[in-house]
Design a protein around this ligand. Structure first.
Ligand SMILES: Cc1ncc(C[n+]2csc(CCOP(=O)(O)OP(=O)(O)O)c2C)c(N)n1
Ligand SMILES: [Mg+2]
Length: 563
């Protein structure tokens, strides 16, 4: 029996409930590649004013959601279809998992009514996603759609942030239910503040350690940016006169040239310091699993995740919580003391500055090299000189990005993006997309290896379609050089060329074909003018820079990443 129209309850479909829940979280864009299983979400986005950015590969959608989270501080969202759409996005979710980036991937699924009957694109998505997410679930009914989306966001922020996954069966998504039966959590009312202050007694102990330290140093890790603890970190290093090193997303916390900004003397500092404070970064391969810290130093570790503190290496003091809050509390606790140790450390800072300057001067001739083919050091030097305070820098590649890690210094906080510890090639175009979308007033520059670019480069077309100008630079050595080095070293030059050779591809022509700006550079003197012209073009741009294929980064030659 049908009800007369004027008494019929107001109904809402699953896709529209998804869009309402995204809106409640403050999300204004989804990154997606279409499929019949998910179209009702698009229709909901139209109603809620959420933009749909459609990409050409689901990996890019997931990386863009990760990038959006890093740039905005809000979770990112990617929406992909069932089966291959979801498997294509796995790499992006995995990257966000290792990088502690909060994002939600929504995947389609066959109808519940066809569960396990062999429906189109059916796969056990939740089983696949469980090990690489903080939360993975199936939405069981239309009434619960918005509720479970809000649950997934809550789970993204448990401890160190990370990705969540939801699959929504097609009949659940397409069905309409009375609005009164659906739980629709309201913006700002379904989760708590995630800022966690450190144990006050532990903070007092940290202040004590600082008061007595002669040679302290601090490593500001990615969580300093994740928790937006930049100002607290700056206050801390200045008030207590502590030399600071930065990694991952925390690069740029202090500007280059700041008296407490150090980069090239890290190993020396870790070997000679008496107090080492590690903030918001794990003892993983990037830290030599903690083995490279002086065995006699007092080691303090601060992290959002209880499981990270003390993992792989013993520590003297562990504090769980928000980097910014804890550093601010430590500054305050130490400032109350008659002697906080700050003035005593003048010589230590001078000692490190001398090591830093010597390392810089040793490398400078390479950075200014006029050699052809171009020395990669010259390319990354030119990029570093070109960056402004408003340029977001992205690195996506092997050896060429290893070079840039030593030379490129972002000029502002939150202006450095790298894949993180998963080391995923192919994040570049996606991160550029997210960064330019979220911050249209910023300039975005991405340095690619030619291998890395070719993994996801077709989404350059998406940048053109959505008018997202950025400056892409390809360090083109026609090789997967970072891998080639290890092969040549192990098997000899003759056998070292297996599986790592790329064509001499004109990526500048590829850019032009897709409606962007493109230039080729062979002479190092032409790098700067080409960068300027790309900036002026106002288009997505690729500068194809031919770099010397037989020059390797020191990190690659030491094979540091495997040690
Ligand atoms: C998705 C993915 N596949 C493979 C690798 C292994 N890998 C690390 S570096 C590298 C070579 C990258 O080549 P390119 O981007 O051209 O940079 P180059 O080392 O030549 O400067 C490869 C294949 C990876 N990290 N990620
Ligand atoms: Mg290469």
């Amino acid at each position: 029996m049908t009800q007369p129209a004027d008494t019929a309850p107001e109904t809402i479909s699953g896709g529209h409930l998804v869009a309402k829940a995204l809106k409640a979280e403050g999300i204004d864009v989804i990154f997606t590649l279409c499929g019949g299983h998910i179209i009702d979400i698009y229709d909901g986005c139209v109603d809620e004013g959420i933009e749909v950015v459609d990409v050409r590969h689901e990996q890019v959608a997931a990386h863009a959601a990760d990038g959006y989270a890093r740039i905005t501080g809000k979770p990112g969202c990617a929406v992909v279809t069932a089966g291959p759409g979801t498997t294509d996005a796995v790499t992006g979710v995995a990257n966000a998992f290792r990088a502690e980036s909060p994002m939600l991937l929504i995947g389609g699924q066959g109808a519940l009514s066809q569960h396990k009957m062999g429906s189109l694109q059916d796969l056990p998505h939740v089983d696949m996603m469980t090990p690489i997410t903080k939360f993975a679930a199936t939405v069981p009914s239309t009434e619960r759609v918005a509720d479970i989306v809000s649950m997934a966001f809550r789970e993204c922020y448990h401890g160190a942030p990370g990705p969540s996954f939801l699959e929504i069966p097609r009949d659940v998504l397409d069905a309409s239910v009375p609005i009164s039966k659906a739980r629709v959590p309201e913006a700002g009312r379904y989760r708590a503040s995630v800022r966690q202050a450190g144990d006050p007694e532990a903070v007092e102990r940290l202040a004590d350690l600082l008061a007595h330290a002669e040679k302290p140093c601090v490593l500001l890790g990615s969580q300093v940016w994740t928790t937006r603890g930049t100002d607290d970190a700056i206050d801390f290093v200045r008030a207590l006169n502590v030399p600071a090193y930065m990694n991952g997303s925390a690069r740029g916390t202090l500007p280059p040239g700041d008296p407490h900004h150090f980069q090239l003397s890290r190993r020396y500092a870790f070997t000679n310091a008496d107090l080492i404070i590690i903030v918001g970064t794990p003892f993983d391969f990037r830290m030599g699993y903690g083995k490279r810290l002086s065995p006699s130093a007092t080691v303090v570790q601060i992290d959002l995740d209880y499981r990270t503190v003390g993992k792989n290496r013993d520590i003297d003091l562990g504090i769980v919580g928000d980097a910014g809050l804890i550093l601010a509390a430590a500054t305050q606790a130490a400032s109350g003391r008659v002697e906080n140790g700050a003035t005593r450390r003048k010589e230590w800072l001078e000692e490190l500055r001398a090591v830093e300057t010597a390392a810089y001067e040793k490398r400078l001739p390479r950075q200014l090299s006029g050699a052809q083919p171009i020395d990669p050091y010259r390319l990354v030097h030119e990029i570093n000189e070109f960056l402004t305070e408003d340029t977001i820098y992205i690195g996506d590649g092997g050896d060429i990005v290893t070079f840039s890690g030593q030379v490129v210094q972002p000029k502002s906080p939150g202006h450095w993006m790298d894949p993180g510890p998963l080391g995923t090639l192919g994040v570049g175009v996606a991160f550029a997309m997210a960064a330019k979308y979220a911050k249209p007033d910023k300039e975005v520059l991405c340095l690619f290896g030619d291998g890395a670019f070719s993994l996801t480069g077709w989404d350059f077309e998406t940048m053109v379609r959505f008018n997202l100008p950025f400056i892409g630079v390809i360090g083109n050595n026609s090789s997967m050089n970072q891998i080639r080095y290890g092969q040549a070293a192990k098997y000899g030059e003759n056998r070292g060329r297996v599986g790592n050779t790329l064509g001499d591809v004109r990526y500048d022509e590829f850019a032009r074909m897709l409606g962007g700006h493109g230039e080729e550079v062979r002479d190092p003197a032409d790098i700067r003018p080409a960068l300027e012209r790309a900036r002026e073009s106002g288009k997505p741009a690729l500068i194809n820079v031919w770099v010397d294929p037989d020059v390797y980064a020191p990190g690659t030659m030491n094979q540091t990443m495997y040690k």
